[in-house]
Ligand binder design. Sequence first.
Ligand SMILES: C[S@@+](CC[C@H](N)C(=O)[O-])C[C@H]1O[C@@H](n2cnc3c(N)ncnc32)[C@H](O)[C@@H]1O
Length: 282
Amino acid sequence: MTQRHFLPENPCVLVSLISGLIGGVFLVFIFIRAADSPLFQTHASTTSPLQTTPIQLRAILHYATSTVVPQQTIDEITISFDILRSLSPCNFLVFGLGHDSLMWASLNPRGTTLFLEETPEWVQTTLKIVPDLNAHAVNYTTKLYESNDLLSSYKSEPDCFPPDKAYLKNNERCRLELNMLPDEVYDKEWDLIMIDAPRGYFDESPGRMAAIYSAAVMARKRKGSGVTHVFLHDVDRKVEKAYAEEFLCRKYLVKGVGRLWHFEIPPAAKVTEVGRESAGFC
Ligand SMILES: C[S@@+](CC[C@H](N)C(=O)[O-])C[C@H]1O[C@@H](n2cnc3c(N)ncnc32)[C@H](O)[C@@H]1O
């Protein structure tokens, strides 16, 4: 029986075959490595705004299994939802932690959503349930019963007025200023500000006076393009309404649904120079 030969007799053909084989293995290896590299991945698989994020998945699970729902109605929520849909990823500052917090954060998944809460214990309780929220406790120095006095006297307090000279950080001479917030609050320009806290339904509660005033100052100091969207809840109450009219201004009110008002406040630089200082906030 003759022995069968599988090797070519010509050594040149043999060398070519071996080189081809080694080259092929090398190319496959390079291809696999490249496929793992971020450079090789498609835009859609890494940064697509349609890709679901962990906080959105957590929100679906949370709201699908919770019997507690946010206090704002769907019509009220829809106003901020529409603005978030058009601006996200954006900077969203929220006064108050509540059952709506995970919803707000997950509607701005690639942006910054920061919560300011009056009660440190409530911050801890909420973060235990939803650890991925960015929340800070705020020590308010006002009381609801002072709201009339603060409204009538702020113009004579140095550094409260006029709005474009007012400043927030370390301002000790204006009682309406929130002057002790984390630096992140002062360092960012906020595209949306939601005011649904602190509590303002009994005399000793902090009331929303300082939150409304400080949101107005932040909006007036905006340097970037566009307006600041400010949402104020509980406008059926006397103090919220009076402070909104004084600092957020009827002329900037663009929508009102239920107990929620939506303002679009232009930066002070965009307001006509003539008579700006004497006009005050509105
Ligand atoms: C008027 S509530 C707004 C609640 C929020 N919009 C929601 O849908 O849940 C604002 C404040 O009430 C307090 N608060 C809300 N829910 C609470 C709870 N379950 N326990 C303790 N404090 C709560 C927090 O201090 C919060 O900042």
